[in-house]
Design a protein around this ligand. Structure first.
Ligand code: PLP
Length: 414
């Protein structure tokens, strides 16, 4: 039999139907069913208009998204990865030319090692240097104190921006990051809000907390397209205009190129789907919060939870901690679990979905070895990578399914 390469396996995982699960990690069909007609009507309108790239449908979604994020502008693009690159490049970070620098050169951007790879790769593609700082172990988000330590050493070159990620749907500590800006007027805050559409910090929506923000609408996201799509939000008119130009090969006038950009235009079918789904997002996010609260109750009831706040995984499951200053949208419900990998295998054997976001922190990824980090550099990120387990959560998840998840976990530890 032909050997299946890792790359093939990865492709298979993304395109094939999952094995029939008792509790699937995600079930897109449950969201689609009630919205089906509305979405198909919106797609039909795009087909009838025969305007497939950018155009009025994309502009309409951009306006709706900007309003939802309380920003003046939103710029639709091809993916969350592109949105990150566009946000950084349009903010003047790096040399704006993809991949033209060797790893570790140029302006510096400080970010978290506990995130999806694109957070760091987009910094490199912008032509800037990536510097990591450790996370807050309670929220898994970049810690302002760790970033402060990096800034104080002064050894990391010209730090132009901090790029916190609102991981799992919870905003990073923007009080802390804003405090770091005092006395450093040039220091920009750029949000990786890929997992957090609808989240907020002190009542301010994700997307309007920094100079610019990047969203992903990858199909697994809480606001999900029917393919690849992303968005930059900002209230800075010049930044928005530059992002618009960069997404279309640096063109502001047809076939006159002011700078070297990229093709990252949002297509109208994705915009049409997203515009429909955006209308239902507040309700969906609220249902996610309710599902998360229900898990908390069930785990407490099953006696599986580490006893006191601040408890470690050695004492039992550690449930997600919600910072009271923010409103979490529970893009993921992530616990810390003793014997995490064995638990995951047990869940899989009992047809209960789970996932590890993320098993290897970025400073230990082969592709980033030239950054020069080693194991032990970011202990909180490394502990999180070894302990976290994401459980099924989506608005349509049923009560009985949550009970099955918790009961299966109880059996594992019994
Ligand atoms: C935190 C984070 N940043 C960036 C991205 C990149 O988004 P996309 O997959 O749409 O390129 C993702 C999504 O996978 C993400 O979760």
């Amino acid at each position: 039999m032909q050997k299946v390469s890792d790359a093939m396996r990865c492709t298979i995982a993304f395109v094939s139907k999952p094995v029939l699960q008792l509790v699937p990690m995600l079930d897109f069909s449950r969201q689609y069913a009630p919205l089906r007609q509305e979405i198909l009507d919106a797609i039909t309108q795009v087909c009838d208009s025969q305007t497939f790239i950018l155009g009025p449908r994309v502009a309409a979604f951009e306006m709706a998204a900007a309003a939802a994020c309380s920003t003046s502008f939103a710029v639709g693009c091809g993916s969350g990865t592109d949105a990150l690159w566009l946000a950084l490049a349009a903010a003047g970070i790096g040399d704006s030319t993809r991949g033209s620098r060797a790893i570790g050169e140029g302006d510096t951007v400080v970010t978290t090692p506990f995130t999806f790879f694109a957070t760091a790769s987009s910094i490199l593609h912008a032509g800037a240097r990536v510097v990591f700082a450790d996370i807050d172990p309670r929220t898994f988000n970049l810690s302002p104190e760790s970033v402060d330590a990096v800034l104080r050493t002064g050894a990391e070159g010209d730090v132009k921006a901090i790029l916190p990620v609102h991981l799992y749907g919870q905003c990073a500590d923007f009080d802390g990051f804003r405090a770091l800006q005092s006395g450093r007027p040039e220091l920009l805050l750029v949000e990786d809000a890929a997992q957090a559409f609808g989240a907020s910090w002190n009542g301010v929506p994700a997307g309007s907390l920094g100079a610019a923000a990047a969203f992903s609408f990858y199909p697994t996201k809480n606001l999900a397209a029917f393919g690849e799509a992303g968005l930059v939000t900002t209230s800075d008119a010049a930044l928005a205009e530059r992002a618009r130009s960069l997404r279309s090969h640096g063109m502001t006038r047809r076939y006159y190129h002011d700078e070297v950009g990229w093709n990252s235009r949002l297509d109208a079918i994705q915009a049409a789907v997203l515009e429909v789904k955006l209308r239902y997002l507040p309700e969906g996010n609220q249902q996610r919060r309710e599902r998360a609260a229900r898990y908390d109750q069930l785990f407490q009831g099953a006696g599986l939870v580490a006893s006191a706040s601040g408890a470690t995984v050695k004492e039992g499951l550690v449930l997600p901690w919600t910072d009271p200053r923010g409103s979490h949208v529970f893009h993921q419900y992530v616990i810390r679990a003793p014997r995490r990998d064995a638990l995951r295998e047990y869940l899989a054997a009992h047809k209960v979905g789970s996932e590890i976001y993320y098993p290897v922190p970025l400073h230990l990824q082969a592709a980033l070895k030239d950054l020069g980090y080693k194991a032990g550099d970011f202990p909180h990120a490394e502990a999180a990578a070894a302990e976290v387990l994401a459980l099924p959560i989506y608005p349509e998840l049923r009560d009985d399914e949550q009970q099955t998840v918790v009961e299966t976990i109880r059996q594992f530890y019994a």
